[in-house]
Design a protein around this ligand. Structure first.
Ligand code: ADE
Ligand code: ZN
Length: 329
């Protein structure tokens, strides 16, 4: 039995495996510029975040109907369950779909149909986090939040993703203020390719409770001290960091130093179809490459539930934490 864990950094569009991409392409009459799944997989060699994003957005062309989004989420949840995921906080990128003429309603209703049965089918409780694309305008983010209004009962929080360099958090001050007024939780990608200063800005200007990635905080000791003091969770994605060349090899990953510093780090998969592994694969990879012991792995799993948006008084939180403490390695 795998170690129970929460997945807090997972883009649902990044779970699109080549086999499903071709199946949906056939169903929707979309022609992909690859002969087969093998040729598509061969394209998964990325020099940086942007080279990945180019393929990630291009492949979304196959996602058109609510049923497509349901199939995507079902496939993810089934794989995640097999790797010990008990709770998943799932990002989605509405602007990447509405820009292609897919209605917001198709995306959220399709995902919702899957998530509604997730606990019963897969034993995974879920939350949805709507991300704004930071390389699009602040006005587009505000319009997206407007589109989400009828569905706020389905959405736990907002996030910020896509090309980080040159798109600082402060660009989205207004939409995060409005999200806070609506009672939404707030997270943001920061310190993946962008500087440590973006991590600070996401905290101070956007009021985020959690930082996605954040590993470049290690360049700023004062910021590290603050993140430790305020127990701000960082959702690390080690296999993603290797594939997007944020670190050279897994052995160079700062995860052990971050744990030693007392940072509230968690391990997640980001875009598992593209980066070589789901949540459990990421745990296995860091255990091997960084020689993590059982108590360090238990700490990572415990922190994943503590950093989640499960309410403090929600019985699931205590139940999952008890499962982590009882886990026999
Ligand atoms: N969108 C999907 N994956 C992402 C990542 N790793 N960084 C920024 N935006 C993303
Ligand atoms: Zn991400």
């Amino acid at each position: 039995m795998p170690l129970p864990k929460a997945e807090l950094h997972l883009h649902i569009e990044g779970t699109l495996e080549p086999e499903l991409a071709f199946a949906l392409a056939a169903r929707n009459g979309v022609t992909l510029p690859y002969a087969d799944t093998e040729e598509l997989r061969a394209a998964y060699r990325f020099g940086d975040l942007q080279s990945f994003l180019d393929l990630y957005y291009a492949l979304m062309a196959v996602l058109r109907t609510p049923e497509d989004f349901t199939a995507l989420a079902d496939a993810y949840l089934e794989r995640a369950a097999a790797q010990g995921v008990r709770h998943a906080e799932i990002f989605f990128d509405p602007q990447a779909h509405t820009a292609r003429g897919v209605p917001f309603a198709a995306v959220i209703e399709g995902l919702g149909a899957s998530l509604d049965r997730s606990e019963e089918r897969y034993g995974i409780s879920t939350r949805l986090i709507m991300c704004f694309l930071r390389d699009e305008s602040a006005e587009s983010a505000l319009a997206t939040l407007e589109s989400a209004r009828p569905y706020l009962d389905r959405i736990t929080g907002v996030g910020l993703d896509s090309a980080e360099a040159g798109n600082p958090p402060a660009k989205f001050r207004a939409v995060y203020e409005e999200a806070a007024r609506l009672g939404l939780r707030r997270v943001a990608h920061a310190g993946e390719e962008g500087p440590a200063a973006y991590v600070r800005e996401a905290l101070d200007v956007l009021g985020v409770e959690r930082i996605d990635h954040g590993l470049r905080c290690m360049e700023d000791p004062e910021l590290v001290a603050r993140l430790v003091r305020e127990r701000i969770p960082l959702t690390l994605c080690p296999l993603s960091n290797v594939r997007l060349r944020v670190v050279d090899t897994l052995a160079d990953h700062p995860l052990p130093a971050m744990l030693d510093a007392g940072l509230m780090v968690t391990v997640n998969s980001d875009d598992p179809a593209y980066f070589g592994g789901y949540a459990g694969d990421n745990y296995d990879a860091v255990r091997e490459a960084l020689s993590l012991g059982p108590e360090q792995l238990r700490t990572l799993a415990r922190q994943s539930f503590e950093a989640s948006f499960l309410e403090d008084d929600e019985p699931r939180r205590a139940r999952y934490l008890a499962e982590v403490e009882a886990y026999a390695f």
